[in-house]
Design a protein around this ligand. Structure first.
Ligand code: PMV
Length: 320
């Protein structure tokens, strides 16, 4: 059988950085994210592809580097005795540049693989399977505002609010499309082993999650802005204090942060967040999207600006 699924990346407002179990890929902390609407990965899985080994293409080209991770994920979903698969991935935004392309890719992969293998999994089960491949992918199974919680020997993801219940815009300033200097998985381990701030980061997460969850439930933008920027800067402080230091930012990243602070001082409700890459994601009311977009587009060093609303969780688009 063959199946196609589509998933959108998600952007963490309260972030995950560090693992408590590397074998099961379990995060050290919970996280809260928003799932985007307009950026996506489309993933096709065909178990009757006529090949003896898995074959992966990403945007039409063979990808030997990602293949082992993709094959492992397929076996987790469809079992070790599954047939070889042909996997076709298409993505409408830059890969491996801190735009959560692995989140949308693995969320779409588990949905497509499960359908192509003729299995029935609940969203919660699919989220847990996706999370084993990429921690943040579990959140892309859900739309709108989602929270990933650490539960005993696993994780569980729940929706806080649907995308339509609090429509916001995410304006993404692309400051470099080069692949990131170090993968988030490796960087997290360096932080856990060497950053003097790592323990404090883990200990402070419950408070940030509580504040952000309450802000979302109350639709209190200023409260969400304050805790999200604080949490983002704490995560990057953990990285910067690691040995060797992990610095994903460039000069334009800092300029964008200043643009966002300037907009705020002019009365625009907007805040930033930054992941394992140099791009800056600005979150604002839908009515302020154009103003934020123009300000970021004219910020020095910004190569491109993308805009997205909040969207749904991963969906199966075809199965035959
Ligand atoms: O899903 P991973 O293993 O690539 O980790 C993602 C980590 C951050 O994007 C920096 C934060 C997050 O919670 O998404």
């Amino acid at each position: 059988m063959q199946a196609i699924a589509r998933a959108q990346p998600n952007i963490a407002l309260i972030k995950y950085w560090g693992k408590r179990d590397r074998t099961l890929n379990l995060p050290a902390v919970g996280s809260i994210s928003v799932t985007l609407a307009d950026l996506y990965t489309e993933m096709g899985v065909d178990f009757d592809g006529g090949s003896d080994t898995d074959v992966l293409t990403v945007n039409g080209e063979g990808d030997a580097q990602m293949l082992p991770r993709v094959s492992r994920c397929l076996s987790t979903v469809a079992g070790e005795d599954r047939s070889a698969a042909r996997i076709e991935s298409r993505c409408n935004f830059p890969l491996a540049a801190g735009l959560a392309s692995s989140a949308s890719a693995f969320a779409a992969l588990v949905v497509a693989a499960s359908a192509a293998a003729g299995q029935q999994h609940s969203t919660a089960e699919l989220a847990s399977l996706a999370g084993q491949a990429s921690g943040s992918a579990a959140r892309s199974l859900y739309g709108g505002f989602a929270e990933l919680e650490n539960k005993n020997d696993g994780v569980s993801v729940d929706s806080i609010l649907g995308a339509a219940e609090w429509p916001l815009s995410v304006v993404i300033a692309i400051t470099s499309v080069s692949p990131k200097p170090i993968s988030s998985g490796k960087a997290m381990e360096i932080s856990r082993n060497t950053s003097p701030f790592y323990g404090r980061w883990v200990d402070g997460q419950t408070r940030d999650l509580d504040l952000a969850r309450a802000a979302i439930e109350e639709r209190d933008f200023d409260k969400l802005a304050a805790v999200s920027e604080h949490n983002c800067l704490k995560m990057h402080s953990v990285m910067w204090a690691s040995r060797p230091p992990i610095v994903y930012w460039n000069a334009a990243t800092l300029s964008c942060m200043q643009t966002i602070r300037d907009l705020r001082s002019q009365g625009v409700g907007v805040f930033f967040t930054i992941d394992a890459g140099p791009q800056v994601k600005a979150v604002c009311a839908v009515s302020d999207t154009q103003r934020v977009r123009e300000a970021l587009s004219s910020t020095g060093g910004v190569e491109n600006v993308m805009v997205s609303g909040l969207g749904p969780g991963a969906q199966l688009t075809k199965c035959e």
